[in-house]
Design a protein around this ligand. Sequence first.
Ligand code: ZN
Ligand code: ZN
Length: 307
Amino acid sequence: MSRRRVNRVIAAVTLVKFDAISAAMAQDDLDSTQGLERRKDRPDHIQVADKITGNQVYIKVTHAGLCHTDLGKLNVDMVLGHEPVGIVEETGPDCKRLRKGDVVGWGYLHNSCNECEFCWTGREILCPKREMYGTADLNFGGFGTGAVLRENYVYKIPKGLSPANAAVLQCAGATVFSALYNNKVKPTGRVGIVGIGGLGHLAIQFAKAWGCHVTAFSTTDSKRDEAMKFGAHEFVVTKVPEGETFKVEEKLDIILSTVSGQLPWEQYYKVLKASGTVVTMGLSDDPKMTLPYGTFIAMSTRWSDPS
Ligand SMILES: [Zn+2]
Ligand SMILES: [Zn+2]
């Protein structure tokens, strides 16, 4: 599948049923999207579970979201997809929480040591021995047929939330929720959301539901209706004539950047309160982040990531 076509798929579909996307990709003979069955003749990194042991569960995938980060793994010999939801079909002898028939989801983190300070404080995602999508369990991607995981890295989907809607919460939703939660955003806070795509849609909804004043930023006016529909109170077009800067009604406590690229940080720092926070979530090809150093120090601002 060409990168252009993948981009088109992503533009058109933020959430798809597993069967549909799997079929579309298989059609293009993209080997890395084949499921467990097709990997049986590839002993190099096969992890097909003949037997479910310990607290492992076997999950049959029914739905999967499509995340922009998958593009970065296109050349990795693996099954793509890291926003799956499925049904538990088999449980290991030590499973305590999950049962056959439970609807569950999982995301980037597949395993960690359970013995370090990060694991002990609910920050397993920072564990030095973490096992993540793209580096571990390469044939257990969300566009495959199923996966085997330890039950403590799998989330039960509450009744009343459809698997289709739950899928995008496994990465996009978890990322923006963590950004708000870990940075202790108050319901009275003013939150800026940069980028009105998949992550931005969810970030606006979470921040609005939490009670915050939400300012959405986009380079052009084309996303205004979308942003307001999702709950933004204010929409700011960031592309301004040279020498001018964009403005907000009132300065912000926190800015969440969901775009995969660098921003004109100088301008964004002008709409951030003293001691405000900038959270970056999109991966960028540009390895350098240039901050307005004087402002960063003088205004006692913080930079953070969602973890
Ligand atoms: Zn993702
Ligand atoms: Zn650990």
